[in-house]
Design a protein around this ligand. Sequence first.
Ligand SMILES: Cc1cc2nc3c(=O)[nH]c(=O)nc-3n(C[C@H](O)[C@H](O)[C@H](O)COP(=O)(O)OP(=O)(O)OC[C@H]3O[C@@H](n4cnc5c(N)ncnc54)[C@H](O)[C@@H]3O)c2cc1C
Length: 279
Amino acid sequence: MSRPNKDRDNGPNLLDSFQSTARFRNPIHMNQSTVKEHYQILILGGGTAGITVAIRFAAIIRINRLTTHLFAVEKYRKTLEKVAARKDIDVRLKHNLVELKPDSKEAIFEHMDTHEMVTIAFDMIHVTSPMSAPDIIKTSPLANATEWVDVDKYTLQHPKYPNVFPIGDCSRLPTSKTGAAIRKQAPFLVKNLLSAIKGEPLVAKYDGYTSCPIVTGYGKLVLAEFDYEGKPNETFPFDQSKERLSMYLLKAYALRGSIGMACCGDWGSSDSYRSDLGD
Ligand SMILES: Cc1cc2nc3c(=O)[nH]c(=O)nc-3n(C[C@H](O)[C@H](O)[C@H](O)COP(=O)(O)OP(=O)(O)OC[C@H]3O[C@@H](n4cnc5c(N)ncnc54)[C@H](O)[C@@H]3O)c2cc1C
């Protein structure tokens, strides 16, 4: 059971966010070159999480199981490839972890195409295992063959059960699973659910918007925002594929508050939804 957190229970607390960020930053900063010179660090999988951890540690090797590119969207990938080169990160894709030998500190990978077995020694390994829905969902009739809750990617309605509208991490929506994506999904869900209740056609169409804030250094962040087609869908009137201090500050200090507001309903008035239902 998780420990109750007074600040979290009371909603977003920017001061707490500021202090914890500062506490985290300093020790890693001091050790970064030592880490790189003396330790073999493997960062395995995890998409954005893997990239972020690799960059933080100036890691030696970053490994991804399935993808053929460092990042799916070309505009941001170009920047991230430059960051990887600058930080001397040895990126290896399509390597599937099949065995860990903690005594000899070795990780064994199978190449997904050639099936060649590759052994890499490590001093520290960070593993993000493949994600899945909880068993209760996987085994439910709501799930499809991929074991996520099935969903029409535009209307957010379940294809078999019209009174079910899945969003968020448990859904099969083919976009990156983030809180930012959920913030955009929720208003579409509400509109279409109201239409379904009233027997009207579902006209609101979610475009797959998601956002991946990727820290690329101390005080630097790439704010990737894109849709189902991998088309950038950026919030700000400047090129967000560039590493920026402003985006770092946004992530470190401001976003936590805005996510709190989103969760409290400030992105769309719940009153208006209620009046739509004649409540
Ligand atoms: C380390 C980390 C960093 C992240 N950083 C970002 C970020 O910077 N920006 C961003 O936008 N997103 C970020 N995300 C992603 C974001 O946190 C998730 O996309 C979001 O929380 C998913 O929300 P959800 O409600 O769909 O699922 P969850 O938040 O997982 O909520 C599911 C809830 O269901 C409950 N539950 C599960 N099983 C049962 C059951 N059987 N009975 C009852 N309750 C159950 C769980 O306890 C949980 O409370 C991050 C995620 C992680 C792990």
